[in-house]
Design a protein around this ligand. Structure first.
Ligand code: NAP
Ligand code: G4F
Length: 380
């Protein structure tokens, strides 16, 4: 396939600036005489939390960044446009094999980051088949698009420079944990249709690496949050709830299991690890997390404390938010990422929670109480 040939995918035309003038990229991965100065990356899930941080990170490294967007009038495209003017957009859907082949053919990326998924765990029980299709089989479709566009088959291995692939695997795969902390060696026991779909995508990525010699890796990422986190996830639900109560818009915050524990980090730190993984000489999978775990109860206490309130005056537990099967406690062992990638998180739990509460206080103050950054709503 020739570079920049075959513009078969529909490129979203709304103010997509041409970023061919981007500064030369930092050299990562293989270099040879044919490697263009500017590396290009295609990100699926560009309209999500991680997509936005990863795009910013790669643009800062001098990459030409493309984002895959779905739907004919996706409201989040406007948000991406506002935040990331330099990102170019191409249409495609993880449910549609042809659209992915067209997108890879159009973009001719050096790197593909597959971040797209149905990522909200409770929704995976309500729409288990869709979750399997997008979060599970979607990985197969992206890998197949890369394989087909690269001319790789069982009898034809990739030669020289090849497209490098990152899969967004999840600590949710560990589920009912067999050991603690969890490392790359810990067996999986997923507890939700989402976790099962992620385990499929994880094993498939490994299989394409082993079957076809593709540079395909998974990052097993533990929970990572930010002011851009969807409002349906517990950290953002809490930071928004605290801000609303502090500003007098609400009096109560209704939550589920306060006893569950997670290893929470900052999303901006985790996208650096994704990029580092694709810059290694040998493709392999990595666990990424802080190695420190906190309960939802601790999160709540800390968040209310940021604005000088007592959580016990406002938090109500509600059985509607209890899951059919829970992942009780997650804690990462990120030793491999630290030693091989040199990765470590810069932002700790307290700083993260304070950042999120302060960001939501500001957001609600200027918007008159509406959180219309709209990365989601709490729709259980
Ligand atoms: P997110 O904010 O929920 O974003 C999900 C993205 O997937 C959105 O851009 C969404 O686009 C896209 N998407 C959904 N269905 C699609 C489809 N059929 N075709 C194409 N795109 C589709 O998720 P995130 O927090 O950024 O997480 C990124 C990835 O990492 C996900 O795969 C998630 O499962 C995984 N992960 C996240 C964490 C975490 O703590 N954040 C931890 C481990 C793993 P629309 O705007 O079109 O809906
Ligand atoms: O914030 P959560 O919804 O995140 P969860 O289920 O851990 O999943 C996130 O992290 C995974 C990585 O481990 C990702 F793969 C996945 O895509 C997603 O980004 O819930 C965290 C904990 C759970 O134990 C839940 O039961 O918080 C508990 N919780 C208690 N009350 C609540 C609530 N969760 C939500 N969303 N809303 C509540 O009211």
């Amino acid at each position: 396939m020739s570079k920049r040939a075959g513009a078969t995918a529909a490129v979203v035309s709304v103010s997509c600036p041409d970023v061919a003038q981007s500064p030369a990229a930092t050299a990562v991965g293989p270099t040879d005489a044919e490697t263009p100065l500017t590396r290009s990356a295609l990100i699926t899930g560009i309209t999500g939390q991680d997509g936005s941080y990863l795009a910013e990170h790669l643009l800062a490294q001098g990459y030409e960044v493309w984002g895959l967007v779905r739907g004919q009038a996706n409201p989040r495209v406007r948000l991406v446009r506002q935040l990331l003017e330099e990102v170019r957009l191409v249409r495609g859907d993880l449910l549609d094999q042809g659209s992915l082949i067209s997108a890879v053919e159009r973009v001719q990326p050096d790197e593909v980051y597959n971040l797209a998924a149905i990522s909200y765990v409770p929704m995976s029980w309500q729409q288990a088949e869709l979750t399997g299709e997008v979060t599970g089989l979607g990985v197969l479709r992206v890998l197949e698009a890369i394989r087909v566009c690269s001319g790789i088959s069982a009898s034809r291995s990739p030669a020289g420079r090849q497209i490098r692939f990152y899969q967004a695997s999840s600590s949710e795969m560990f589920g009912k944990v067999r050991e603690s902390p969890q490392s790359e060696q810990t067996p999986f026991h997923p507890r939700s249709p989402y976790g099962v779909a992620k385990a499929y995508g994880h094993h498939l990525t490994q299989n394409y690496r082993e079957s076809y010699g593709m540079f395909a890796v998974s990052g097993i990422l533990f929970n990572h949050e930010s002011p851009r986190r969807g409002a349906e996830f517990v950290t953002r639900k809490v930071s928004l709830g605290v801000a609303k109560i502090k500003l007098g818009y609400e009096r109560q915050l209704r939550l589920g299991n306060l006893g569950a524990s997670r290893d929470w980090g900052f999303a901006g730190d985790y996208v650096r690890a994704m990029h580092m993984m694709l810059g290694q000489d040998v493709p392999t999978d990595y666990v990424v997390g802080t190695g420190v775990t906190h309960s939802v109860g601790e999160l709540v206490e800390l968040a209310f404390g940021v604005v000088g309130l007592d959580w016990q005056d406002h938090v109500v537990t509600d059985a509607a938010f209890i899951r059919p099967a829970e992942v009780d406690r997650l804690c990462a062992n990120p030793a491999k990422a630290a030693s091989e990638l040199g990765w470590k998180p810069k932002i700790g739990f307290e700083e993260l929670v304070t950042m999120m509460v302060e960001a939501d206080l500001e957001l609600l103050s200027v918007s008159g109480g509406h959180a219309d950054d709209s990365f989601g709503s709490d729709a259980w």
